[in-house]
Write a protein that binds this ligand. Structure first.
Ligand code: C5P
Length: 236
């Protein structure tokens, strides 16, 4: 789908970062038809939430399975094959060449689109150096994005600050999915590289992943709709 054809509403992915499928389902019901795309990560996925991929699909929603896979190629390949039958739209892997190659070969034509996580948005320069990398954060992100493109990965998960530089590297064919989104006035929590929804879209993000600003809002539906309005405004 061309980037411009994605409806503003469908560009918001709400992270179901909750401890049980029952709590996640309650939030999905509260959000109703306002939200069309959900993300299931470690917390919910490891608490039985992966079965929600199917029920959310049946309810007409898309699901991003965010398990950030990274293992030897054969294990990644087998894992992606198993996950392919769930019906997820996106699946994340860490942007290591062996891992990306295995995931792309296992997803075939019918499996989830593979998104590579370059560097987690909770990392800053000091965290990258402490992890032992000789490249700085921007260089590491750029190198991993180039490798992802060469290996046929479908998209990149990146910090909104990196979107403009990454678009130059990956072109229009790959989608850019950005967490680290904070509507003005909300707490940044452990995210160190954050941006408002409007600015992230204006910088070239295709999809925004938002967790706490919606999940912990007094009125989650209103919070989601206000983010979507900001997205629509930024798209003009
Ligand atoms: O609550 P918050 O909006 O910070 O949630 C962001 C979500 O995006 C979390 O589920 C987190 O795991 C995920 N994520 C991230 N950074 C990445 C990839 C995914 O924060 N690079």
């Amino acid at each position: 789908m061309p980037r411009s054809a994605i409806a503003p509403k469908d560009r918001l992915i709400v992270a179901l970062d909750l401890p049980s499928p029952a709590q996640a389902q309650a939030l999905v019901e509260r959000l109703g038809d306002a939200v069309t795309f959900y993300k299931i990560g470690y917390q919910l996925g490891f608490a039985g939430g992966l079965s929600m991929v199917r029920s959310l699909n049946e309810a007409g929603k898309k699901v991003f399975v965010d398990l950030k896979l990274h293992d030897i190629g054969n294990t990644v390949k087998r894992g992606v094959e198993s996950l392919s039958s769930l019906g997820a739209t996106f699946l994340t892997v860490h942007a290591y060449p062996q891992t990306m190659q295995a995931a792309v070969s296992a997803r075939g034509k019918t499996g989830p689109k593979i998104l590579a996580v370059t560097v987690l948005t909770s990392y800053d320069e000091a965290d990258v150096q402490a992890a032992g990398f000789r490249l700085n954060l921007a260089e590491l992100v750029a190198m991993r994005a180039r490798q992802a493109k060469e290996l046929g990965v479908d998209g990149i998960v990146c910090s909104p600050e990196e979107t403009i530089a990454l678009r130059e590297i990956v072109g229009d064919e790959m989608c850019l999915v950005t967490p680290g989104i904070r509507p003005s006035g909300s707490a940044s929590g452990d995210q160190k590289r954050v941006m408002t929804p409007g600015r992230a879209i204006a910088a070239g993000s295709d999809y925004l992943v938002v967790g706490r600003p919606v999940v912990e809002a007094a009125d989650p539906r209103a919070a989601a709709e206000s983010i979507q309005a900001e997205i629509a405004q930024a798209l003009g």
